[in-house]
Write a protein that binds this ligand. Structure first.
Ligand code: NDP
Length: 477
């Protein structure tokens, strides 16, 4: 029998995804630019060999797949994907589906989708989360493309996706770039989630002078409560792991310079393009950039010194650690609210009709931000589908009211002690600005009108007025 699906690119993600597909009983044809890798992959496939058709030419590869042919391309993102598609195209037939499963910028996905519009071929942009482990045993999969194309791959993708209470973490989210856009925002939220965990770790380490092992135990406890999530779980494990070379906690031996590959930055750029505040995600991306400037930071510490108020002032240590837990939950709510607000704006801008409860649902397992918390987001959006923002849904407004006091106490204490908490503080600033009916932009409008005659609307209903600047009229005179 012919293969049900094909896959190009037997790197870390592609080979694991291919083994997952084969293991779930789907026959798969595989191809890699370097044929040696294909042979090696096949040799290592063991008992799954029967389900795998290793191919060394594109021609042979295409012929091995049942039409209309779904072909997953899991290679280095960017130009390689365009090159690979060009090489593949001459061998394909009407209705065949090229599926880019790498971390593409959704704007590239939109372009690739459009470019194939009149060719008879179709395109799917598919976000895959969960890293190597997810790809092998069940990732979270975000699909964008034509609904017909989705129908062709639904069965295979459902069989390989992670399951949460037996529900598969895969869904068709909309046309063209919808899947890759949602994956981008997933990663943006992931940046914020990780940064907030790192900030709380910093308070415990530098404010309460706790050892990595002690902090690990705190995280283990939190993982049994409302913060239960993959990231908290691995953070606990990370903190309790020893360095084989020195025997010290490994985390203390790791250089404090974070890498990034671009998806966090893209989510911030797209949020800014649409005028949606995503301050916690922005703070997290900026924090990674600042972290990478290690030499500059060390030089600045010599010049400026650390803020003088270095002792964290905490009267009841246990109560403060409880506050840290609630503060992290509150910060997380802010970050997710912002991520979902960006998706909601994009859904309108690009005509996707993104299903918010479903997005939260397919993130509950398989992906890096998987958590119990996402189940609460699904319920909140299902109960209040027209809510303007996650934080004003009945369920989350209650959670914000329960936790924002702790966030305020933690941010204040950290600020006074000179401990950086940019993402947590951004979430707090977001809550405080979002919930305040009368803000301070009247002042901005007055300034804009003063220097640039931009005009302003009045609170008594009249639009586009100008101030009597320079008229000599004096308030309170
Ligand atoms: P690897 O570096 O392990 O593998 C890269 C693959 O791309 C190899 O098969 C390589 O083939 C192929 N390749 C590179 N350039 C070309 C080209 N010009 N033409 C054809 N094939 C090419 O990458 P990963 O598996 O880590 O990543 C693949 C994609 O998945 C990326 O888009 C990545 O962002 C995304 N991703 C990665 C995750 C991860 O945790 N690693 C998580 C989620 C998504 P060859 O053997 O011939 O060099």
């Amino acid at each position: 029998a012919q293969a049900e699906i094909g896959l190009i690119g037997l790197g870390v993600m592609g080979s694991n995804l291919a083994l997952n597909i084969a293991e779930k009983g789907n026959k798969i044809a595989v191809f890699n630019r370097t044929a040696e890798r294909t042979r090696e992959f096949y040799e290592e496939a063991g008992s799954l060999k029967d389900q795998i058709v290793p191919c060394e030419t594109i021609e042979e590869f295409v012929a091995a797949i049942r039409p209309p042919r779904p072909i997953i391309i899991m290679i280095k993102a960017g130009d390689p994907v365009d090159q690979q598609m060009e090489l593949l195209k001459p061998f394909l037939e009407k209705n065949d589906i090229m599926i880019d499963a790498g971390n593409a910028n959704f704007r590239d996905t939109m372009r690739r989708f459009d470019a194939l519009k009149d060719s008879g071929l179709t395109f799917i942009g598919m976000g895959v989360s969960g890293g190597e482990e997810g790809a092998r045993h069940g990732p979270s999969i975000m699909v964008g493309g034509k609904e017909d194309s989705w129908k062709r791959v639904e069965k295979v993708l459902t069989s390989i996706a992670a399951k949460y209470n037996d529900e598969p973490c895969v869904a068709w989210l909309g046309e063209n770039g919808a899947g890759h856009f949602v994956k981008t925002i997933h990663n943006g939220i992931e940046y914020a989630d990780m940064q907030m965990i790192a900030e709380i770790y910093g308070i415990l380490r530098d404010g309460l002078n706790m050892s990595a092992t002690e902090i690990g135990k705190v995280f283990d406890t939190w993982n049994k409560g409302r913060l239960n999530s993959y990231l908290i779980e691995i953070s606990g494990t990370v903190l309790e792991t020893a360095d084989p070379l020195t025997g010290k906690p490994i985390v203390d031996m790791i250089l404090d310079k974070a890498g990034q590959k671009g998806t966090g930055k893209w989510s911030v750029i797209e949020a800014q393009n649409m005028g949606v505040p995503a301050t916690a995600i922005e703070a997290a991306v900026a924090a990674r950039s600042l972290s990478s400037m290690k030499d500059e930071r060390e030089a600045a510490e010599k010049t400026l010194g650390l803020p003088g108020l270095s002792a964290l002032s905490v009267s009841d240590r246990d109560a403060f650690i409880k506050d840290l837990e609630s503060a992290l939950l509150a910060g997380k709510i802010g970050a997710y609210a912002q991520g979902f607000a960006v998706m909601s704006a994009a859904s309108k801008e690009f005509g996707w009709n993104l299903p918010m409860p479903t997005i939260a649902k397919i993130w509950r397992a398989g992906c890096i931000i998987r958590s119990q918390f996402l189940d609460e987001i699904t319920s909140a959006f299902t109960a209040a589908p027209d809510a303007a923002n996650l934080i004003v849904t009945p369920a989350f407004s209650t959670m914000v009211k329960e936790t924002d006091g702790a966030l305020r106490r933690v941010v204040s204490a950290a600020v006074l002690a000179g401990l950086p908490v940019p993402a947590l503080a951004s979430a707090l600033g977001y809550f405080d600005s979002y919930r305040r009916g009368r803000g301070t932009a009247n002042m901005i409008q007055a300034q804009r009108d003063f220097f640039g005659a931009h005009g302003f609307d009045r609170i008594d209903g009249a639009d586009n007025h100008h101030g009597p600047w320079g008229s000599g009229l004096v308030a309170g005179a």
